[in-house]
Design a protein around this ligand. Sequence first.
Ligand SMILES: Cc1cc2nc3c(=O)[nH]c(=O)nc-3n(C[C@H](O)[C@H](O)[C@H](O)COP(=O)(O)OP(=O)(O)OC[C@H]3O[C@@H](n4cnc5c(N)ncnc54)[C@H](O)[C@@H]3O)c2cc1C
Ligand SMILES: *[C@@H]1O[C@H](CO)[C@@H](O)[C@H](O)[C@H]1NC(C)=O
Ligand SMILES: *[C@@H]1O[C@H](CO)[C@@H](O)[C@H](O)[C@H]1NC(C)=O
Ligand SMILES: *[C@@H]1O[C@H](CO)[C@@H](O)[C@H](O)[C@H]1NC(C)=O
Ligand SMILES: *[C@@H]1O[C@H](CO)[C@@H](O)[C@H](O)[C@H]1NC(C)=O
Ligand SMILES: *[C@@H]1O[C@H](CO)[C@@H](O)[C@H](O)[C@H]1NC(C)=O
Ligand SMILES: *[C@@H]1O[C@H](CO)[C@@H](O)[C@H](O)[C@H]1NC(C)=O
Ligand SMILES: *[C@@H]1O[C@H](CO)[C@@H](O)[C@H](O)[C@H]1NC(C)=O
Ligand SMILES: *[C@@H]1O[C@H](CO)[C@@H](O)[C@H](O)[C@H]1NC(C)=O
Ligand SMILES: *[C@@H]1O[C@H](CO)[C@@H](O)[C@H](O)[C@H]1NC(C)=O
Ligand SMILES: *[C@@H]1O[C@H](CO)[C@@H](O)[C@H](O)[C@H]1NC(C)=O
Ligand SMILES: *[C@@H]1O[C@H](CO)[C@@H](O)[C@H](O)[C@H]1NC(C)=O
Ligand SMILES: *[C@@H]1O[C@H](CO)[C@@H](O)[C@H](O)[C@H]1NC(C)=O
Length: 584
Amino acid sequence: MYRSAIIPLVFALLFTSIKCAQVNHGSLDEAKVYDYVIVGGGVAGLVLAARLSESENKTVVLLEAGPDGGLNKDINTPAFAGVLQGSQFSWNFTSTPQPTLNGAVPSLAQGHCLGGGSAINVMAYCRGASSVFDEWAEISGNDGLRWENLLTEFEQSSVLEIPPDLPYTIIANKSVYGQGPVMVSYETNLTNFDPTFANTFKNDPQYPAKLVDLTDGTGIGQQVGGPHSIRLSNGTRSYALPAYGYQMAGRNNAQIMHGVWASKINFDNKTAVSVTYTDKADNSTHTVKGKEIIISAGALNTPKLLMLSGVGPKDHLTDLGIPIVQDSPQIGSNLYDHHSAVVMVQVPEDIFTLVQQSNASVFDPILQEYQANGTGPLGRPGGSSFATERIPDDILKSFGVNVTFHTNLPKDRPHVLYQYATGAFQPNPNNLNVVSTFVALIQPEASGYMRLNSTDYRANPLIYSNYFGSAADMAIEVYAYNRLRSLMQSDAMKPVIVSEVYPGKNVTTEAELKTSLYNSARSFHHPAGTVSLGKALDPDFRLKGLNGIRVIDSSAIPVMPTCHLQASVYALAEHAAKLIKDQL
Ligand SMILES: Cc1cc2nc3c(=O)[nH]c(=O)nc-3n(C[C@H](O)[C@H](O)[C@H](O)COP(=O)(O)OP(=O)(O)OC[C@H]3O[C@@H](n4cnc5c(N)ncnc54)[C@H](O)[C@@H]3O)c2cc1C
Ligand SMILES: *[C@@H]1O[C@H](CO)[C@@H](O)[C@H](O)[C@H]1NC(C)=O
Ligand SMILES: *[C@@H]1O[C@H](CO)[C@@H](O)[C@H](O)[C@H]1NC(C)=O
Ligand SMILES: *[C@@H]1O[C@H](CO)[C@@H](O)[C@H](O)[C@H]1NC(C)=O
Ligand SMILES: *[C@@H]1O[C@H](CO)[C@@H](O)[C@H](O)[C@H]1NC(C)=O
Ligand SMILES: *[C@@H]1O[C@H](CO)[C@@H](O)[C@H](O)[C@H]1NC(C)=O
Ligand SMILES: *[C@@H]1O[C@H](CO)[C@@H](O)[C@H](O)[C@H]1NC(C)=O
Ligand SMILES: *[C@@H]1O[C@H](CO)[C@@H](O)[C@H](O)[C@H]1NC(C)=O
Ligand SMILES: *[C@@H]1O[C@H](CO)[C@@H](O)[C@H](O)[C@H]1NC(C)=O
Ligand SMILES: *[C@@H]1O[C@H](CO)[C@@H](O)[C@H](O)[C@H]1NC(C)=O
Ligand SMILES: *[C@@H]1O[C@H](CO)[C@@H](O)[C@H](O)[C@H]1NC(C)=O
Ligand SMILES: *[C@@H]1O[C@H](CO)[C@@H](O)[C@H](O)[C@H]1NC(C)=O
Ligand SMILES: *[C@@H]1O[C@H](CO)[C@@H](O)[C@H](O)[C@H]1NC(C)=O
């Protein structure tokens, strides 16, 4: 059954997905006790709902605050991903003014629709260093999270699609994919910018990047042409809604609601028993009962909902007058993310960038090709190749700060990731044809935290992201930012660069460069760790001290993977679904 709170969108869905034939309107049965009530229809929530409702006699309810964007062209067309942040499909969160960034307030927009972050992300599909997952297992006490074990779930959740006659070279370890629902593909062709960018890292005399597969447990090296979570056949985004959500359309035991915003989890003493939510269609309040409540609202909304419900740091909740259900000091803390700084360059007109979308003579043929064949620049997110790099110990030690955390990381871990997007990440008043290159710190030492700003469930949380928050984190980012800039200024890049637009030629001193770093600081939108395994959660994802409630999403991640996050969340949720099924 595919139930919805927003009727017009249901009709839309009826016409797209043949599987959604049985659509029922109406609300949940408030007298009934469902087996599982899942809050959040993002990556983890949809995986869980799909897997748990495979048991025909288990009833599953999923509550998603945002709309159904299943037919939205901006979601489905990879090149349009950039417009989704700040749209109806995003939570428009920002950091509080960051002392480490001289007061900058980077956006932390999160997905707000069926599919969550996977509906608005940039579709990079990566898994990164295997030692990260081994560390998850050690910290959590859950051996299933070890790389060699979790690989089963990485495989189950994905399928690899390599275009025939690929006009460039890749290293693809096909053994690490299965026949899962998330379609992972390499690009049919590269932009003119891409090979030059990739070769600049590959041929760098100092630290040449090696072509590898960063989805097979390898942590350090270079990927060319993707891969991305994109369906090869028609160049559309492959994300949690079509991949997992549509599987449930014919199931009478699964009810997927959207436009319903959970505001509180209700407890009977220490046992979670129900969830209160507002139906946005008519602003009515409802309560749904569950034998088990699973929170999958993402790493910022999950701790927010727990705190609103009396589960979190006692002092903070007391200050706000929220009655304490469970004092969990770790909830909201251990906030990690991947964070970057930008070098924006002007490129020749024969490199298609999103700036050219407004030029009909360039855009019309591209649109035609995409509509006819699903190929061309609209079928890719606008940035393909990227490289991860471990900075040698001697260089780290030369920074004159305490780099012990970074030198002690397992040897398969990179410190930074270099990538680009064919669009403007900085102001571009003259509408120059630009590409934004950027470098992110991917194994940060410093963590941040989030807190409530208000007891009103509609208020945005306060996010103290603390990017580049230790002396070593900052020194590494400054080093890598300098390195990125000089690589972009090198002879190797000359064929594809007209000039540097940001920071700009007038930026020369170290202090000016740091200011440029602060002013371009950008989140990868990978928040994680706020309700972490080993800290707030037991090995089975249960909240410590409470019954009938688990947290399964990016909040549970105890240590950041070394590249983009979505693949790890799909696998984590697949693992948790099995664990729950086995326990019943
Ligand atoms: C802009 C952006 C770009 C990204 N780029 C990439 C990338 O290129 N590659 C990559 O691998 N990863 C990327 N990511 C990260 C990846 O998408 C996330 O890590 C992943 O989606 C996290 O999954 P999750 O299940 O933890 O949370 P989410 O997918 O965020 O799902 C949480 C869901 O819960 C819903 N929700 C929240 N609160 C409530 C409530 N109170 N009641 C009901 N529903 C609620 C939300 O609306 C959302 O749908 C990106 C993310 C963003 C936002
Ligand atoms: C649920 O279904 C399974 C098999 O489909 C069956 O073995 C089990 O007895 C059922 N449980 C209940 C409570 O009906
Ligand atoms: C984010 O901003 C957009 C544009 O103003 C708005 O439509 C959307 O509702 C906002 N998201 C949320 C969750 O409030
Ligand atoms: C691949 O892209 C390049 C650069 O845009 C273009 O010149 C070439 O014709 C494309 N090749 C194919 C097979 O589409
Ligand atoms: C492919 O990945 C698996 C899993 O990490 C690994 O064991 C194997 O050695 C890899 N194969 C190659 C050829 O690198
Ligand atoms: C892409 O292909 C899938 C599978 O055939 C289909 O369900 C979907 O509607 C297509 N999307 C578009 C925009 O063509
Ligand atoms: C909740 O706690 C109260 C007081 O300790 C007790 O009387 C009551 O039985 C408990 N309820 C449940 C459902 O455990
Ligand atoms: C929705 O309901 C809440 C509480 O019942 C109320 O405070 C709020 O003003 C209502 N909003 C709208 C748009 O009606
Ligand atoms: C549009 O693109 C064409 C082809 O590159 C170019 O000749 C023309 O000047 C562009 N127009 C504008 C307004 O930028
Ligand atoms: C679609 O692909 C076919 C076969 O490669 C090609 O002949 C045709 O020109 C393409 N259509 C467009 C609009 O690019
Ligand atoms: C340096 O950092 C490490 C790891 O974070 C820490 O254990 C150590 O105490 C620090 N050393 C000094 C001298 O501060
Ligand atoms: C927190 O609340 C205050 C007072 O209502 C408001 O001025 C501020 O903008 C809020 N902060 C955020 C991040 O929403
Ligand atoms: C460099 O020039 C730009 C554009 O004129 C200006 O915004 C920026 O403040 C200048 N930076 C420095 C360090 O002078």
